[in-house]
Ligand binder design. Structure first.
Ligand SMILES: [Zn+2]
Length: 426
């Protein structure tokens, strides 16, 4: 679930609320629907997005006009003119789904990387701006990292995309007589699997363009050569929902009655492992209904997140996903503290100072509703390490910043005031 950008920033990323509508610039990282909630009602010109994300978004919202978008390509840096100072935005590959981008902002407000949804594999990290990487003698650092922490809590090993795709391929090799291979790959982000299957088996894949318009369009834009309109093709995309298990069970039972080889059903997804339904996602497995499960993730594993953080050394990290706070990551626990910030200087200090003032004036602001949802997950308050007796407004502030607060708790206002006084030499 995307989060609101702090008030001190002139842009929004993936949020389409009335509040975000007041920002002067809007960025869309990719076309998954959870990043487009409220898009029609609250999008205003200009919306920066890659050409593929633009096309996929317009497919979802045909009433949206093309002129709303400013197309930006991965690898491109654009200068955005703003009344409070121009800033530059570099578009980076998010390794998440076709068209998905990370945005790297550089301006008066500091340096900010917003990952959107991403899978920070080593290949993906290699494409990040080298001047921000941890290197001997390198002083340049990221101020803010807005990070997709979807699997930040997942303690299990999550295979790389390539390894998961190899598991799908080996599953198919093991069933040479299966008349149809049903692939539950209708979700934006599964295209890499289909492309690799085409390369390995040389067979084209049937994607029903009426049932799966988004999947059909994304493949038409990225790999049209793998598509076929022949519904009798051995490789077919099917839907994961509803009732894939029931359909697989019925299909397998019917083949058995006819004493024929059954079709194969494959579901590449990581969600059941992330939510704890399964505790081993290292290999291919067949569930009770006969569906072959492969842990294929378009989000970073916890290990990849920690590695990326070590490499990027951001001063401050904010999770964009309510399921995991940034403070749960080891790097954040060890390197991001309010005390370090309050004694520092620079744009990040100014932004946080402004946020602190907002929090006192209007407690439920800052990174918005996402944090509030987190606070009440399952009806229980989530304790990220601060005193229950603390002022509720400041508790929200600490929580919203993903800060592990030491005990006894310091007053945020005092910290900031103290820092101001020392900076002004009082
Ligand atoms: Zn996504």
């Amino acid at each position: 679930m995307p989060i609101e950008m702090p008030d001190g920033l002139p842009f929004s990323v993936d949020t389409w609320t009335a509040k975000s509508g007041r920002k002067r610039h809007h960025f869309l990282t990719h076309a998954h629907l959870d990043h487009l909630q409220g898009f029609v009602a609250n999008s205003s010109h200009p919306v920066y997005a890659t050409p593929i994300t633009k096309r996929l978004t317009m497919l979802q919202f045909p009433q949206v006009k093309e002129e709303l978008f400013v197309e930006v390509e991965v690898g491109e840096t654009v200068l955005v003119r703003d009344l409070e100072g121009s800033f530059s935005v570099t578009v980076l590959d998010a390794n998440h789904c076709p068209g998905a981008a990370m945005f790297f902002f550089e301006g008066e407000f500091g340096n900010i990387l917003h990952t959107g949804d991403c899978r920070l594999s080593s290949e993906c990290l290699k494409k990040l701006p080298i001047r921000y990487m941890a290197m001997k003698g390198s002083e340049t650092r990221l101020d803010y990292l807005f990070l997709d922490c979807t699997f930040g809590r997942c303690p299990f090993f999550i295979p790389s995309k390539d390894s998961a795709i190899q598991q799908v391929i080996s599953c198919i090799w093991k069933h040479p007589n299966a008349p149809v291979i049903h692939l539950a790959c209708d979700y934006l982000g599964h295209e890499e699997i289909l492309i690799q299957l085409n390369r390995t088996f040389g067979a084209k894949i049937f994607v029903d363009k009426i049932k799966f318009p988004q999947c059909f369009m994304s493949l038409s834009l990225t790999a049209p050569e793998i598509l076929t309109e022949d519904p009798s093709s051995r490789f077919q995309v099917c839907e994961a929902f509803p009732r894939l298990g029931a359909r697989a069970k019925a299909g397998i039972a019917e083949a058995r009655t006819r004493v024929e080889p059954g079709s194969v059903f494959i579901r590449p997804s990581a969600m059941r492992y992330a939510i704890g339904e399964e505790d081993d996602c290292s290999g291919l497995e067949r569930d009770d209904s006969g569906v072959w499960r492969v842990c294929f993730s378009t989000h970073s594993s916890r290990e990849e997140l920690e590695w990326a953080l070590k490499l990027l050394r951001p001063r401050w990290v904010v999770s964009t996903t309510p399921v995991c706070l940034a403070a749960e990551l080891d790097y954040v626990k060890n390197h991001c503290s309010l005390e370090a910030l309050a004694t520092g200087d620079g744009p990040i200090w100014r932004l946080l100072g402004r946020m602190a003032e907002q929090a006192v004036a209007a407690p439920l602001t800052l990174f918005g509703k996402a944090r509030a949802v987190e606070e009440k997950r399952g009806g229980e308050e989530v304790d990220v390490g601060f005193s229950k007796g603390f002022n509720p407004g400041l508790r929200r502030l600490y929580r919203s910043m993903n800060v592990p607060v030491p005990r006894p708790l310091p007053s945020l206002s005092e910290l900031l005031d103290g820092s101001r006084r020392s900076r002004s030499g009082l």
